[in-house]
Design a protein around this ligand. Structure first.
Ligand SMILES: NC(=O)c1ccc[n+]([C@@H]2O[C@H](COP(=O)([O-])OP(=O)(O)OC[C@H]3O[C@@H](n4cnc5c(N)ncnc54)[C@H](OP(=O)(O)O)[C@@H]3O)[C@@H](O)[C@H]2O)c1
Length: 310
């Protein structure tokens, strides 16, 4: 624990989109953060090396109050083509690290996905039955099940599509539309966008307050990539006719990786942590920088003081 009483976070996957944004935000609010990397360790006081494919039996977990598991094989096609490695990273390693941290009294946050559901029902709540169809979703569901056995010291945070400057596809669309070039967008692939800033704020608060259980940080409305492209064109003042409809099915994306329903109900998220999630277009606007979102509304200094063990 820090001198001022704030918790020390350990972020597994510090180079990933969410891990990097989370570590940056936590440091900006004065928290101490250690982050894992598979690359060269440049700042040994803030980083450590870790490859989740390795044998972790003898891995010595750095001391921390909150462990955030963000590293994962996140590409659905990669999970499909090499399920053995994906299982090692997305299930076995997560459990091993969580057990080590929980044994030392740390609170564990595991990032999961809306893909643990079967994709047939919109606005699905945190307590509804799972029915994953993609390999990625199945592995996340298995990890959830194993991690939840660790009890109240674990939070499972299911995310829908996190939108921010890290998304190469939307950055490319932005450049091409701004130059007056046409883009192709899938009409049969859906996302339920949530702005990165809200994901970061939500995960931080769940960690600060050690809120165990299952949380949904996701949008309750889905839109297609085609609608997303048209919205982007509109925001950029580009001709919406530049956004050309394409088919994910025709592009070879298997049916289990293009669910029609990907939205989630937030449950008691807003009441518990004060993060209000807007509709799909609002989340796109915040995530893509067309609208501001003031996270200061939801913070108080007391959020940063971890409860003392009794
Ligand atoms: N972003 C979303 O829309 C979204 C939605 C639902 C759920 N999630 C979940 O949220 C978490 C974070 O997602 P993200 O978008 O930040 O993913 P990301 O940008 O793809 O980052 C994944 C991170 O995992 C690391 N990683 C992969 N294999 C590893 C291994 N064998 N050993 C150590 N590190 C490894 C990667 O390291 P390298 O940089 O070295 O490759 C990378 O830093 C994931 O669990 C993901 O499933 C994300």
């Amino acid at each position: 624990m820090l001198e001022g009483g704030g918790p020390r976070f350990c972020v597994i996957g510090g180079d990933g989109a969410i891990g990097a944004a989370l570590a940056k935000s936590l440091r900006a609010t004065g928290s101490e953060v250690l982050a894992s990397t598979r690359r060269e360790v440049i700042e040994p006081l803030m980083q450590f090396s870790l490859d989740l494919r390795a044998d972790l039996n003898n891995f010595s977990m750095p001391e921390c109050d909150v462990l955030v598991l963000t590293a994962s094989v996140t590409k659905l096609a990669q999970c499909r083509s090499d399920p053995e490695t994906a299982r090692r990273v997305n299930v076995d390693a997560q459990l091993r690290l969580a057990e080590k941290a929980a044994r030392n009294g740390a609170f564990v946050i595991f990032l999961s996905t809306a893909q643990v559901f079967d994709g047939t029902k919109a606005n699905v709540g945190p307590k509804e039955a799972l029915g994953p169809r993609s390999v990625y979703g199945k592995l996340k569901a298995e990890a959830e099940s194993k991690l939840s056995r660790l009890g109240d010291s674990v939070a499972i945070v299911r995310l829908s599509k996190v939108v921010g400057p890290h998304l190469d596809l939307f950055q490319r669309w932005r450049r091409e539309l701004s130059r007056g070039e046409a883009i192709e967008a899938f009409e049969d692939l859906f996302l339920a966008p949530i702005a990165m800033a809200k994901v970061v704020a939500g995960v931080e608060l769940i960690g600060y307050r050690r809120l165990g259980g299952v949380w949904h940080l996701g949008c309750s409305e889905e839109i297609s990539y085609l609608q997303t492209g048209r919205h982007l064109a509109c925001r950029l003042g580009a001709d919406a006719r530049l956004v050309v409809s394409a088919s994910a099915a025709m592009a070879g994306i298997p049916v289990e990786e293009r669910p029609l329903r990907v939205s989630m109900a937030p449950g008691n998220l807003e009441t518990a942590i004060g993060v209000r999630i807007g509709d799909a277009l609002e989340e796109l606007d915040v995530g893509l920088g067309f609208a501001d979102w003031a996270r200061t509304d939801i913070y108080s200094k007391s959020d940063m003081i971890i409860p003392q063990a009794t």
